[in-house]
Design a protein around this ligand. Structure first.
Ligand SMILES: [Zn+2]
Length: 552
């Protein structure tokens, strides 16, 4: 590459090839709306734009102009560093939704980019100069092994398939031999839960924080929620002197490395750093769904007691009383190995895994039980059992969020053996029941641990995803490649319990604390449904605390 000297400073065109920042400036690059890329309000983007560290990670909120930075840097790398680039998004659809409304308009609006483009110009592949940018979804394993590149960019890491992202990484090996100056891996994403995806990589990085200086007391620090917000005045305030930090004070800052030993360049960006976002907006957002607030406003991973069933939550639900084993219901998670949870209104008293449907049917008969079985992936035997025991065995399907507030829907007519549930709402319901100790285990901790019951639940977490219409919604996910069978068997068991209540088939003893969910009136008749829990209330009960970082 050319050496840049002071003598060259009059020749701006030379600087184009040195750094994307100089290129953006010299060529007056505009964004997808035709507006100039400006850094007055986006000073925090200057260093990331210029950063050519081989490994980078950015943990960020939404709406900060990051994708424009990513697109500009990709185009620059292809042209000036002669790099083939793989740019991944979570899915093929997400790729299209990124290229058509973002990448294509940026190319269209900037004549210099247009002049670089080759014949190949689709939403999946673009020729830039002599090189290519491949836009790929993270769920296409075959796409991952068929191309090789010099630079790998993973956008929306936390919503992507981590296994396939690893496969993409191996595609850089050949490049590293031929082009030791490249082999870059750059990742950015809204975070989800602690220790996963972008947060996992951020922890390994140099962890740059954006420091601003207080004009009143000269104290230099980074902005945090809720410490730097005055909720009454609705203003940003200084960590030390508590005086108001105006827009100008928040505009000027610098990146400070926390972990200088790390070779990965990491940035944490939050909306508190955006000078144009007033404190009132942050306060308003903080009162809504906490996952959305932390992940998309603060750019931080988040998990609360209501978003994950940990060991402690389950331990608190253990009440090793004698169970009368009447009014028994069973939940079965389908698979080569079937996972079974058995219990009644008094609690769950038996759990196991088996390959034998006969064993399950024997228990079903022994307890005179009712049973809900997951339909997939092997629906044949469940169907036969449902036909053999009408009104007692049901096949279950999860449905996507419906407009109505329904959680569980029992089939009728020729679908009378079917029960459907809204995935997010039913898991929300059960998690809140666990948290409030409304579900009990008449079993020992050792048994729950030995059989992987506690482990299975702890692999489930609640996160926020954006659908094709751009609407954010909460979903429960399992950490990739981890088992969750007992969690789902419990969900089917809980649905089966509902059926029993609805039919009035249970003798209701005066209720102890653990059965108070019964009194809340969530149980209704088979044709009707169950109202969902008020998650906003639950979210407001928990206050997230992140470990403080004291370097001074
Ligand atoms: Zn101050």
């Amino acid at each position: 590459m050319k050496k840049y000297t002071v003598a060259d400073s009059i020749n701006l065109a030379l600087a184009d090839g040195i750094n994307p920042l100089a290129f953006i400036h010299n060529n007056k690059i505009v964004n997808e709306n035709g507006s100039p890329i400006e850094f007055a309000d986006h000073q925090f983007l200057l260093r990331p734009y210029a950063d050519m560290t081989p490994e980078q990670v950015v943990m960020k909120p939404s709406q900060i102009g990051w994708s424009v930075c990513g697109i500009n840097k990709s185009l620059w790398l292809a042209k000036y560093m002669k790099a083939n680039i793989i740019y991944t998004m979570p899915s093929r659809t997400a790729t299209k939704d990124f290229v058509s409304p973002k990448v294509d308009p940026i190319i269209m609006q900037n004549p210099v980019y247009q002049s670089w483009m080759g014949k190949t110009d689709s939403s999946a592949l673009k020729a830039v100069g002599e090189r290519f940018i491949y836009f790929r979804g993270s769920w296409e394993e075959s796409a991952a092994i068929s191309i090789s590149a010099d630079v790998l960019i993973n956008d929306e890491v936390d919503r992507s398939n981590q296994k396939v992202l690893e496969t993409y990484r191996t595609r850089l090996d050949a490049s590293r031999r031929e082009r030791p100056d490249l082999g870059f891996v750059w990742q950015w994403s809204n975070p989800s839960i602690p220790g996963y995806g972008v947060d996992e990589n951020w922890q390994l990085s140099d962890q740059k924080h954006w420091f601003i200086r207080c004009p009143h007391c000269n104290f230099e620090w980074y902005l945090k929620f809720p410490e730097n917000i005055d909720f009454e005045k609705q203003e940003y305030i200084c960590t030390k002197c508590r005086k108001v930090l105006d827009r100008e004070a928040r505009r000027n800052g610098r990146w400070v490395v926390k972990n200088s030993k790390a070779s990965i360049s990491g940035y944490w960006i939050s909306q508190l750093m955006m000078p144009w976002i007033p404190a009132s907006e942050i306060i308003a957002k903080s009162k809504k769904d906490q996952s959305i607030f932390y992940n998309f406003t603060l750019g931080l991973p988040y998990i609360s007691a209501d978003q994950n069933i940990g060991r402690q939550t389950i331990t608190r639900c253990i009440a090793p009383n004698l169970n009368p084993k009447t009014g028994v219901v069973m939940g079965v998670d389908n698979g080569v190995k079937k996972t079974v949870v058995i219990g009644n209104v008094h609690g769950i008293f038996k759990i196991y895994e088996t390959e034998s449907w006969e064993e399950i049917e024997e228990d079903f008969q022994r307890y005179g039980a009712s049973m809900v079985i997951d339909a997939n992936p092997y629906p044949n035997i469940p169907r036969k059992l449902a036909a053999k025991y009408p009104g007692r065995v049901f096949i279950h399907y999860f449905v996507q969020e419906q407009k109505s507030m329904q959680v569980i829907l029992w089939g009728s007519g020729d679908k009378s053996e079917i029960v459907e549930s809204d995935r997010t709402k039913i898991i929300d319901l059960i998690v809140s029941e666990f948290t409030n100790q409304e579900i009990t285990f008449n079993m020992t901790l050792k048994e729950l641990e030995d059989k992987s019951y506690i482990y299975d639940w702890s692999q489930l977490y609640r996160t926020v995803e954006t659908n094709a219409q751009g609407i954010q919604k909460s979903v429960w996910r399992t950490i990739q490649d981890r088992r969750d069978h007992f969690a789902f068997a419990t969900i089917y068991w809980r649905i089966a319990l509902e059926l029993l209540y609805a039919q009035g088939g249970v003798i209701r003893t005066p209720q102890k604390k653990q059965n108070s969910f019964y009194k809340k009136g969530v149980m209704v008749s088979p044709e009707n449904t169950v109202p969902s829990v008020n998650l906003k209330n639950i979210a407001e009960k928990t206050m997230h605390k992140r470990k403080s970082w004291k370097t001074h």
